[in-house]
Write a protein that binds this ligand. Structure first.
Ligand code: NAD
Ligand code: UDX
Length: 466
C-alpha cells in the first residue's frame, strides 16, 4: 500500500518527443522531485546529455532553455532502466506505440509490445509501492493488461511490491510542446485508486489550476485520448474537403473558415486547410480506433472514422495531381523544389509527414526533386524516402539553402508553414526558376497579391480562382 505522502522520485521510461519535454517541464516546475528519464536507445540519451543544446534529439521552441535550467540538477537522462525503476515511487511509461506491422490487426491496431516490455521491467525491478502511469497513447483496456502483469510479481519476494495503475494521456502538440505543457487546457487522470490519483494530481498542482485537472475511470481516460485525436483530425479532413470544393466553385477557404469558425459552437481553431495531417499520432490513433470499433462489434463506427483518413490520403493525392496537371501532365526532366519536409512548422519530426507521400508521387512521375527544410536532418529524409528510391531509381537531393533549391526549378511546392517561407523574396525567386514556373502553396502562407506581381504562376489550396 502507499506509504508516502508525496512523490519525491520519478522515472520516465521513453526519452522521445513526449518523455523528454514532459519530464523537463515537470522537473522545472517541481524542484523537489528528482526525475530520471531512461531509454534503451543510447544514442538518444547521449543527445539529451549533449552539452551543445542545439543537438538535443527533439527540436521544440523553448525546450533548450528548460533543459539548461534543470539538467543534472533534478533531471537526468540515462540508459539505466532497471536501476531507476527500483529507485522511483512513480513510473511514467512513455514509449512508442506505433501501428502494428504484423499478425492480427496489422496496419491498424496499435503495437503495445514496448509498453508490455516496460511493464514487465517495472514488475521485475520495482520495490515497495510503485505508481505506474500510462503516458503513451494506448488502446482502451490496456490498463487491464498492465495490472495483470504487475500483479504476477506482487508476491515475488520480500520486496513487498505493490502497484497502482493510472492513465494520464499526454495532449501536447509538437512545435508548441513547452507552451502546451506549461499551460495545458486540461490534465486527464484516470484510475480507481484515489490515493494514487491525488499523488499524481499534486505534481500537476505545482503549476496547473485545479479546475483544469479532470479525473475519470481508467477506460474513460484511455478512450478520451483516442477520441480527442479523432475529433481534431476530423476537423482537418472536414476543412480539407471544403478546400477542394472552394477550388471548384470560386469560394475562398479563408472566407469560408471565418464564416464557419465564428459560430462559437464550431470554433475558429484547427480549421486550416493544408496538405493533410501528418505526425505520429492522428493516423495511428484513428487506425487504432477503427480496429477497436471492429473488435467491439461496431463496424459502422469503424467505417465512419476510416473516412477521415481516406480524405487525408486523397488530399495529398489531389495536390500531386494538381502539380502534374499544371506542369503539362509530365514531370519527366523537370525539377521540383520542396519547401518543408517536417509534418508541421517548429518541429524536426517527419513522421507521417504529407511531404513523404507527395514526394513519392512526384518521384514516381520521374521528377527530380530538391528538398529544403530548416530543421530536418538529411539522414531523416533518407530514411523516409530511401527504400522507395531504391525501387524506383528516381532522383532526389537535399539543399540547405532554399534559393539554391529553387534554381532552375519548374515548380516550388510549399509543404510546411515555416516562418522563413513567409518572408521569401518572390521577385528574387522569379529570376532563379525556369519558365513557365509555378508556385504551389499548400499551406496558404503566401499573399497572392504579392506573388501575382511576378511572372510566376500561382496555385494556393482552397483559393477559388486558381
Ligand atoms: P518516440 O518514438 O519519440 O519515443 C519513444 C521512446 O521510447 C524511444 O526513444 C524508444 O527508444 C523508447 N523505448 C521503446 N521501448 C523501450 C523500452 N522497452 N525501454 C526503454 N525505452 C524504450 O515516441 P513519442 O512521440 O515520444 O510518443 C510516445 C507515446 O506518446 C506514444 O504512445 C504516442 O502515441 C504518445 N503521444 C505522442 C505525442 C507526440 O506529439 N509525439 C503526443 C501525445 C502522445
Ligand atoms: C496532435 C494533437 O494536436 C495533440 O493534442 C496530440 O497530443 C498529438 O497529436 P501533433 O500531431 O503534434 O499533435 O500536431 P498538430 O498541431 O495536431 O498537427 C497535426 C497535423 O495536422 C500537422 O500535419 C498539421 O500541419 C495539421 N493541421 C493542424 C492542419 O492541417 N490544419 C490545422 O488546422 C491544424
Amino acid at each position: 500500500m502507499i506509504n508516502f505522502k508525496s512523490i519525491k522520485s520519478i522515472c520516465c521510461i521513453g526519452a522521445g518527443y513526449v518523455g523528454g519535454p514532459t519530464m523537463a517541464v515537470i522537473a522545472d516546475k517541481c524542484p523537489n522531485i528528482i526525475v530520471h528519464v531512461v531509454d534503451i536507445n543510447q544514442e538518444r540519451i547521449d543527445s539529451w546529455n549533449n552539452l551543445d543544446l542545439s543537438k538535443l534529439p527533439v527540436f521544440e521552441p523553448g525546450l533548450a532553455d528548460v533543459i539548461s535550467r534543470v539538467r543534472n540538477k533534478n533531471l537526468f537522462f540515462s540508459t539505466k532502466v532497471a536501476e531507476f525503476i527500483s529507485k522511483s515511487e512513480l513510473v511514467f511509461i512513455s514509449v512508442n506505440t506505433p501501428t502494428k506491422k504484423y499478425g492480427i490487426g496489422a496496419g491498424k491496431a496499435s503495437d503495445i509490445s514496448s509498453l508490455e516490455e516496460c511493464t514487465r521491467q517495472v514488475a521485475k525491478n520495482a520495490s515497495g509501492h510503485t505508481i505506474v502511469v500510462e503516458k503513451s497513447t494506448i488502446p482502451v483496456k490496456t490498463a487491464a493488461a498492465v495490472k495483470a502483469i504487475l500483479e504476477t510479481s506482487q508476491n515475488d519476494n520480500d520486496l513487498n511490491k505493490t502497484f497502482s495503475v493510472l492513465s494520464n494521456p499526454e495532449f501536447l502538440a509538437e512545435g508548441t510542446a513547452i507552451k502546451d505543457l506549461e499551460n495545458p487546457d486540461r490534465i486527464l487522470i484516470g484510475g480507481d485508486d484515489d490515493d494514487a490519483i491525488n499523488l499524481l494530481k499534486d505534481i500537476y498542482l505545482n503549476w496547473v489550476d485545479k479546475n483544469k485537472i479532470i479525473t475519470t475511470n481508467l477506460w474513460s481516460s484511455e478512450l478520451s485520448k483516442l477520441a480527442s485525436n479523432a475529433f481534431l483530425a476530423q476537423r482537418i479532413s472536414s476543412i480539407n474537403s471544403f478546400s477542394a470544393l472552394c477550388e471548384e466553385t470560386g469560394a475562398n477557404i479563408d472566407e469560408l473558415k471565418r464564416a464557419v469558425g465564428s459560430d462559437k459552437r464550431i470554433g475558429e481553431y484547427f480549421l486550416n486547410a493544408g496538405p493533410g495531417f501528418g505526425g505520429s499520432c492522428f493516423q495511428k490513433d484513428i487506425l487504432n480506433l477503427t480496429y477497436l470499433s471492429e473488435h467491439f462489434g461496431l463496424p459502422e463506427v469503424a467505417e465512419y472514422w476510416e473516412q477521415v483518413i481516406n480524405i487525408n490520403n486523397w488530399q495529398q493525392y489531389r495536390i500531386y495531381k494538381t502539380v502534374l496537371n499544371k506542369l503539362f501532365g509530365t514531370l519527366s526532366n523537370k525539377k521540383i523544389s520542396i519547401f518543408g519536409f517536417a509534418f508541421k512548422a517548429d518541429t524536426n519530426d517527419t513522421r507521417e509527414s504529407p511531404a513523404i507521400k507527395i514526394c513519392k508521387y512526384l518521384l514516381d512521375e520521374s521528377a527530380s526533386i530538391v528538398i529544403h527544410d530548416p530543421r530536418v536532418n538529411e539522414s531523416n529524409i533518407d530514411i523516409d524516402l530511401n527504400e522507395y528510391i531504391k525501387l524506383k531509381y528516381s532522383k532526389w537531393e537535399v539543399s540547405s539553402d532554399y534559393e539554391l533549391a529553387a534554381k532552375d526549378s519548374d515548380g516550388i511546392i510549399i509543404l510546411t508553414e515555416w516562418d522563413i517561407y513567409k518572408k521569401i523574396d518572390w521577385f528574387k525567386i522569379e529570376g532563379l526558376m525556369r519558365k513557365p514556373a509555378w508556385v504551389f502553396d499548400t499551406r496558404k502562407i503566401i499573399d497572392p497579391y504579392v506573388i501575382k506581381q511576378t511572372s510566376l504562376n500561382f496555385w494556393q489550396i482552397g483559393y477559388g480562382i486558381n
